[in-house]
Ligand binder design. Structure first.
Ligand code: NAG
Ligand code: NAG
Ligand code: NAG
Ligand code: NAG
Ligand code: NAG
Length: 802
């Protein structure tokens, strides 16, 4: 089947760089196309990270394409991007599809109106909305952070909804969620936490009303702020159009803040978190304190000593420190002030926002297990009361010691006195460990479809034109059909009755009696019959000859056992005989037969009335096209009237044919496309009903295609026998065949190739013809039911005027 190679020019039609910032509801974005934000800061499209071979859809800086800030399908890599598109599904989700199936979906939960657009905003936020100027998005990428936080993007902690936080990539080649997360946690006082899996490896320290505990977070340029609203705790760097800045968590769990140096056109690493060993969570163990300039960096809080001195001496500080002298609770405890520290983590604590510091001290003193207290907020000269119970974990001396963050640590009075004797420790600024930036290189590779060479089957060069007219005598036919008896009549087509007959040699025939309707000249009729009798293809019903008596003309065909395709396909119980392998074979058979008519026979024949009732099945359910060429045989105005009466084939007619009477091989391709969809769907195009809409089967298939759910088109009775890639391929080819514009439809040679060749890359279809919803009093609908009653083995072609 794959020996038909052809040129499928993908790029010729679809590969352009749009330069638009938005995708309309009916638009698609394929590999090579991009959306660009209006300010030209951000670009959305397909990319390949690092040395990966996979493609992803993401957003990057237009000027620095190697810096990807968001990835759509981070968990669903695209291995082969040809034919893959990004689009808006009808139910209001952003989807990445191939072959009419979803590779990735935005999983939007809200029911969406139909006129959505997808827009890449100046902030780098990709939004799905009716009107993107209003802050009422159906979906936005800012709600689904990956490893990068951009200004304007909220990080959220909320008991009532999913948290929004950063997740590292697995590696620079693989954007799937890695080990590290960076998020807001709030157990009374919010702080930022880095975790590896579930293990806390860094915490910023609590929001103290001015900044998050570590002054790094407070920056007059970024002006990041944390706030609580209706139970949600949120962090945001406000958007400022004159600064390009981003914060990213890398594969090692390191947070990096970059700003764009416009003058040098390069990224400037502003800070990293953790920035030094003292930022490692609980570096010095319980009741230890980290001082970055210290040698060693850990020491015990005053009044404490190493729990295991030897380990401590070997710089294993993890077991921390224990009290030198036990507390004596009510009778003689006091507090030692420790200045400018990151407060211990709040594991067991008590918070009261209105108490004064004096009250706080008194209450702490009265509770024997209160080990320290402090003011949680330092704004307005300090306010509130925070008490710790048990061990004090993860204290560090703040670089540039902020004297406002002071904590009072409970010690027995005896210990306090001995401490007072020793000198205050000197504190210096901590060193900043600069970590060099190693930015992965991301290369976008634009893959366009390969051009394949056309090779056509060589025509057979039979030379014997002098074939005799296969003429049957009237007596022979009358005898074969028992004198055209009622019993031998097997159908009533548009042009007269059809009889089953048996020649004396035992050969079964079907006789189509053209009831005195043709005014065509006898010679002309004979010539046509000679021509068509010469057409020989396993997928065409053989015309054995004709019989002429006076004005009466008859066509003699081979007789086929299994009647017509519609007889089986549209019957609830009989359709189960047609398994998927049968149906696939039937589709391929029709395609080959039609290809033969269109190009491989010596005549170029346009069938003009392809439909399921014109496809007959032999005893092995092989499909054979019947009534081909009949349209050429008759040239009488008389037939036009008849044609109008039997409009059953309307559902198969291409728009240009139905409306303008223009026909070509492409109008046959259209009818064939309708048949494919009917065969896969097990339903008639016309008279199709769906509770969601008033479209025909074609329209339904198109909607499913746009929603990337084409498998839903499949007849339920195929559930046990279907082969998914074949079904999907058939639907896609079917949709290609029924495209509105004749020039968009593939030739039958391409169709045969695409259907039969698994490796064939199939282009994405455009809108089909007649994609409009019907009204309920549609004339077509009423007529369609009439056609159901034709129970002919061979129906006679209905003609369109020319
Ligand atoms: C999308 O819809 C608009 C207006 O509804 C139309 O002008 C445009 O041609 C359509 N585009 C495609 C690709 O169908
Ligand atoms: C999709 O959304 C639903 C509900 O909003 C959620 O339960 C489900 O986990 C989400 N699926 C994915 C893949 O995000
Ligand atoms: C944005 O940043 C520029 C440059 O730092 C600054 O001058 C300006 O005031 C900022 N705008 C706002 C609204 O913060
Ligand atoms: C905070 O402390 C004040 C004064 O002691 C008290 O009146 C108030 O009830 C406390 N608030 C909470 C939430 O415990
Ligand atoms: C502190 O001790 C009291 C009893 O003295 C107990 O009720 C309380 O639960 C303890 N609090 C913590 C946080 O351990």
């Amino acid at each position: 089947m794959c020996n038909f190679l052809l040129a499928i020019a993908f790029c010729g039609l679809v590969c352009f760089s749009a330069g638009e910032d938005a995708l309309p509801a009916n638009g698609t974005l394929s590999d090579g196309q991009t959306l660009i934000s209006r300010n030209h800061d951000f670009e959305l499209g397909f990319f390949t990270p690092g040395s990966s071979k996979n493609r992803f859809v993401g957003i990057w800086y237009k000027r620095k394409p190697e810096v990807v800030v968001w990835v759509a399908n981070w968990n669903n890599p695209i291995i082969y991007s040809q034919g893959v598109v990004l689009r808006i599904a009808r139910y209001g989700a952003l989807v990445i599809c191939r072959d009419g199936s979803i590779l990735w979906s935005s999983n939007s939960s809200r029911v969406a109106p139909s006129n959505l657009i997808l827009q890449l905003l100046d902030t780098g936020n990709l939004v799905l909305a009716v009107d993107t100027t209003e802050d009422n998005y159906i979906w936005q990428s800012f709600d689904h952070p990956r490893d990068t936080r951009l200004p304007g993007m909220f990080m959220v902690h909320s008991p009532a909804e999913e948290d929004k936080y950063l997740t590292s990539w697995t590696s620079s080649d693989d954007p799937s969620p890695g080990d590290f997360t960076y998020r807001i946690e709030n157990k009374g006082l919010p702080q930022m936490v880095i975790r590896r899996g579930n293990v806390k490896i860094y915490r910023s320290g609590m929001w103290n009303g001015v900044y998050i505990n570590v002054p790094t977070f407070y920056n007059t340029i970024f002006k990041g702020k944390i706030f609580t609203d209706k139970g949600r705790t949120m962090y945001i760097d406000p958007y400022n159009s004159s600064i390009l800045t981003r914060l990213v968590i890398d594969q090692t769990g390191l947070i990096r803040r970059y700003t764009m140096d416009e003058r040098k056109d390069k990224w400037n690493l502003v800070y990293t978190i953790p920035k030094d060993p003292c930022d490692d969570y609980t570096k010095c163990g319980p009741n230890g304190m980290c001082i970055i300039e210290g040698v060693p960096i850990c020491r015990c809080l005053d009044g404490f000593k190493p729990k295991f001195q030897t380990e401590w001496d070997f710089q294993d500080w993890s077991d921390g420190c224990t009290r030198i002298r036990a507390l004596s609770c009510m009778n003689g405890d006091g507090f030692l002030e420790l200045k400018g520290v990151k407060y211990p983590d709040i594991l067991r604590f008590y918070l009261n926002t209105s108490m004064s510091i004096g009250e706080c001290r008194d209450v702490c003193l009265r509770k024997c297990n209160c080990t320290a207290y402090a003011q949680p907020y330092i704004d307005n000269g300090g306010r509130g009361c925070l008490m710790w119970f048990g061990d004090l974990i993860d204290i560090r001396v703040l670089p540039g010691a902020d004297k406002n963050q002071n904590i009072y640590i409970r010690l027995p009075v005896s210990e306090l006195e001995s401490i007072r004797k020793s000198d205050n420790k000197k504190r210096r600024h901590a060193k900043l460990i600069a970590v060099s930036a190693a930015v992965g290189t991301l290369i976008s590779i634009l893959i366009c479809g390969a051009t394949v060479i056309v090779r056509r089957r060589r025509r057979r060069g039979k030379k014997n034109e002098d074939l005799e007219l296969p003429l049957f005598s009237f007596a022979t036919i009358a005898a074969a059909t028992d004198n055209f008896s009622e019993e031998s009549m097997i159908g009533e087509g548009g042009f007269g009755p059809v009889y089953k007959g048996k020649l004396s040699a035992g050969e079964e025939i079907a006789v189509k009696r053209l009831s005195g309707t043709s005014r065509q000249g006898l010679e002309e009729f004979k010539n046509e019959v000679i021509l068509f009798a010469k057409l020989q293809h396993t997928n065409l019903v053989r015309l054995l000859g004709c019989c002429i008596k006076g004005d009466e003309r008859m066509l003699i065909y081979e007789y086929l056992q299994n009647r017509s395709l519609d007889y089986l396909l549209f019957d609830h119980s009989r359709k189960t005989e047609l398994t998927w392998p049968n149906r696939y074979n039937i589709i391929l058979g029709i395609a080959r037969g039609l290809l033969y008519l269109h190009q491989d026979s010596r005549l170029k024949i346009i069938h003009r009335d392809l439909k399921t009732s014109n496809v007959l099945l032999d005893e092995n359910l092989n499909s054979k096209i019947s009534d081909f060429g009949l349209a050429r045989t008759f040239r009488s105005d008389q037939f036009m009237a008849r044609t109008r009466r039997v409009v059953g084939t309307y559902g198969y007619m291409a728009p240009e044919y139905a409306i303008d009477g223009k026909f070509s091989v492409k109008s046959d391709v259209y009818s064939f496309g309708v048949m494919i969809l009917e065969i896969v769907g097990g339903k008639k195009n016309r008279g199709f009903n769906h509770h969601d809409h008033d479209h025909s089967l074609l329209g339904h298939a198109w909607l499913l295609w746009k929603d990337c759910k084409v498998l839903e088109l499949m007849d339920e009775s195929l559930i046990d026998t279907f082969v998914e890639p074949q079904v999907k391929r058939c639907i896609q080819v079917g949709l290609l065949c029924v495209q509105k514009l004749a020039e968009d439809r593939p030739a039958m040679s391409s169709v045969v190739f695409m259907l039969g060749c698994e490796e064939a890359a199939i282009p994405n279809p455009n809108e089909p013809g007649f994609f409009t919803e019907r009204s309920s009093n549609d004339v077509e609908n009423q007529i369609s039911s009439r056609n159901e009653s034709v129970r002919a083995t061979i129906t006679i072609s209905q003609l369109e005027g020319r």
